[in-house]
Design a protein around this ligand. Sequence first.
Ligand code: NAD
Ligand code: TYD
Length: 352
Amino acid sequence: MTILVTGGAGFIGANFILDWVATTDEPVVNLDALTYAGNRGNLSPLDGHARHLFVEGNIGDQPLVETLLRTHGIRAVINFAAESHVDRSIAGPAPFFETNVMATLRLLEAVRSHIGALAPAEREAFRFLHVSTDEVFGTLEPDEPAFTEETPYRPNSPYSASKAASDHMVRAYAETYGLKALITNCSNNYGPLQFPEKLVPLIIHRALGGKELPVYGDGRQVRDWLYVGDHCSAIRTVLGRGAPGSTYTIGGNNQMENIALVQQLCAQLDARRPRADGRRYAEQIRFVTDRPGHDRRYAINADRIGRDLGWKPAMSLETGLRQTVDWYLANEAWVETITSGAYRDWVRRQYA
Ligand code: NAD
Ligand code: TYD
C-alpha cells in the first residue's frame, strides 16, 4: 500500500513525509506544484530513497492525479497542497480560490473517479484526509471558549474563506458520494522548514539580519501554537484511527499574544546568538499598521481527538520555540536559498 501526499514540498507536508518515512514502512508519493512556498530541498534527506517518489505537478491536473492513484495503488490521500498565507490572500485573493477551491475540486474529482473503479472493500478502506485550519471558524473574544468541531464556520480572510469552501466540498463528497473523508482543523504551526513569511521564521530571519521586527496593530492578538511534529503525529493518528466523515480540531494548548511570542523569540536569540553590539534583539520590534480584518484570537479545544483517538501534543511551547530557533540558526544556508528574489519582492511590498 502507498499514500499520496499533496503539497509535500511545503512546510507541514515536508515535515509529515520526513516523519512518515522515519516511522512507517509504507511508501509515499509526493505531488507538489513547487510554487514559491514549495522547496524540493526540504526533502533532500530522502534523495534516492526507495519509499519516497517526488512528482512535480498540480493537484488540479485530474488526469495526472488519476494516473498516480491507479499506478501506485494509493490507499489514502493526505491533502496539504494550498495557498496558505493570509497576507498574500489579502494582497491578491484569486490564486487562493484557484488552488484551494478549484484545484481541490479537481483533486476530489480524480479521487471520485478512481474509487468508483475500486472493489467495494478497497473503496471502503480508501481515505481522503483534508488538512485545514482553525481560521475557518473566524475570531474569538478573549473570554470565549475555544473552537471545537461544532463551532460554526465564519471565515474572515480570503484565505480562510477559500479553506472553508474546500472543507465544505470535502464534506459534500463524503455525504453525496460516500467518500471516506476526514477533515482536520488545526491551529498555527511552527517548527523547522517553515517559509519565513510566517510570523515565527520571519522574526528569526529579520532579527538575525538586523531588520525591524514588524508586529501588526497592538500585538495583543492571540494564536494557539502547535509544534509541527505534534501536528504530524495527529494526522497519522487521524488517518489510522479517525472515524470516516469526522472532523478533528487539533491544537497545541499554547495560547499566546503575538507580542509575547516575538519577545520570547528575541530572548532566545539573545541567549544563543547575541547581537554584536551587545544590545537586545527586542529593540528591533516595531508596531506597524494592522492587517485588515485581523482575527483577534484563535484557540483550539482538542478534547475529541484526545478522548476518541488518544492523541495529545507532546511539545511545550518553550522547548518547541528553542528547538525551532536552534534549527534556523543551524540552517542559515537553507534560509538563504529560499529568501531569494521573489521573497525579497514580497517583503518589499508587504513591509514598505
Ligand atoms: P505551505 O504554503 O508551506 O506549503 C504549501 C505547499 O503546497 C507548497 O509546497 C506548494 O508548492 C504546494 N502547492 C500549492 N499549490 C499547489 C497545487 N495546486 N498543486 C500541488 N501543490 C501545490 O503550507 P503549509 O504551512 O505547509 O500548510 C499546509 C496545509 O496546512 C495547508 O492546507 C494549510 O492551509 C494548512 N494549515 C497550515 C497551518 C500553518 O500554520 N502553517 C495551520 C493550519 C492549517
Ligand atoms: P501568520 O504567521 O501569518 O499566521 P496566521 O495569520 O495564519 O495566524 O501570523 C501569525 C500572527 O502574527 C497573526 O496574528 C499576524 C501576526 N503577524 C505580525 O504581527 N507580523 C507579521 O509580520 C506577520 C507575518 C504576522
